[in-house]
Design a protein around this ligand. Structure first.
Ligand SMILES: *Cc1c(COP(=O)(O)O)cnc(C)c1O
Length: 354
């Protein structure tokens, strides 16, 4: 009789329940679909596709489009089925079972999820009261434990805070661990804070990027790992050869043909984010609903309250979904009218629960 491994027997799949809310500000997606001219371009390209052939294992055109847009060398780029796949593949293959990996809490939950699944020995370094990262504490934790892997997002999901480039460089230089630096949201902050331009100077750095956020392609599942040629060769060798299907490669390649659109679109989202943040801060100055509304570097705004469970359920009653982190909420930027409706709803809720 086959007995399911105990490690798996307790697991349950992530249920992404269909979100039927009128206003969906919970998943950090882009609120805008692709423009019609890009969709037409994609349709034409898919019309000419050889459906009977296996995909290009290195997603050459797609990686080249990405590399041109961000100013890196295509030899240093590996495409994945969302950066989620890359997090999983690196975690499974670049360190061994029982070896130590450091995460900085709170951060994106998938680092720890794959670490636990792959039986890595996880060390959590806590952020301070205000969600700041003490870089020296992280360096000490890596050195003292002999960690083989360190994963963190910059700027961070869910805290929306960023660590300045010089500090990240100091961290990467100070540890022997492989560092996965997840820059999924860097486009919303400042690409001058990115380490993409110096990635080849480090033998222990893999930078992750995604098409799911600023580039508005969450449905298609495209992520990238950028690293020196040695790490890139290893990563390309352990990933599934046909991890990127041809449809996704075509869509991503088409998208990077329109760099002006991408930059303009990102700029618009940042403007909406700033406006959402301003409205939330003003509302909060009137009502005191939150202990603090944080300045965001991402496409969402974080606001802190011990009553976040109650606030989220009251938003739900109004058919507005946000992400609840139990001591704070994360509100993804939406369209102007959606952001306004959410802030108005919060103003009402403040009056109800004060
Ligand atoms: C959304 C997100 C990603 C992107 O994941 P994909 O699999 O590329 O959609 C990666 N890292 C963080 C921190 C995220 O929030």
């Amino acid at each position: 009789m086959y007995k399911l491994d105990e490690r798996l027997a307790g697991l349950r799949p992530v249920v992404a329940k269909p979100n039927e809310c009128r206003i969906r500000l919970d998943a950090n997606e882009s609120y805008k679909n692709l423009p019609d001219y890009i969709i037409e371009d994609i349709q034409n390209m898919i019309g000419k596709m050889e459906f009977n052939r296996y995909p290009d294992p290195f997603a050459t055109e797609l990686c080249k489009g990405f590399a041109d847009y961000y100013g890196v060398r295509p030899e240093c780029v590996t495409a994945g089925n969302g950066s989620d796949e890359l997090i999983s593949v690196i975690n499974a293959n670049f360190i061994n079972k029982g070896e130590k990996m450091v995460v900085i809490s709170p951060d994106f939950a998938m680092y720890q999820f794959y670490g636990e699944l792959n039986e890595k020995n996880i060390i959590r370094v806590e952020k301070d009261e205000d969600f700041r990262i003490d870089i020296d504490k992280v360096i000490d934790a890596c050195r003292e434990s002999g960690a083989r892997l360190l994963c963190f997002s910059n700027p961070c999901n869910p805290t929306s805070l960023g660590v300045a480039r010089d500090e990240v460089i100091r961290l990467v230089k100070s540890v022997d661990a492989l560092v996965i630096l997840d820059e999924a949201y860097m486009d919303f902050w400042d690409n001058r804070q990115s380490l993409l331009d110096v990635v080849e100077e480090f033998d222990n750095l893999i930078i992750l990027r995604t098409c799911s956020k600023a580039l508005g392609l969450a449905a298609v599942r495209i992520g990238f790992a950028v690293a020196n040629v040695t790490l890139t060769t290893a990563l390309r060798s352990v990933k599934a050869p046909y991890n990127m299907n041809t449809v996704a490669q075509i869509i991503g390649t088409a998208l990077f043909k329109y760099p002006d659109h991408l930059r303009e679109n990102t700029r618009e989202i940042i403007e909406e984010r700033d406006e959402l943040q301003r409205l939330l801060m003003e509302m909060n100055a009137r009502t005191g609903l939150f202990d603090k509304v944080y300045e965001s570097n991402n496409n969402f705004v974080m606001a802190r309250s011990e009553k976040s469970d109650l606030i989220c359920s009251k938003l739900r009653e109004r058919s507005i979904s946000v992400s609840n982190h139990h001591t704070f909420i994360r509100i993804t930027v939406g369209r102007t009218r959606e952001n306004r409706a959410a802030v108005e709803a919060l103003e009402e809720i403040a009056a109800e629960i004060k």
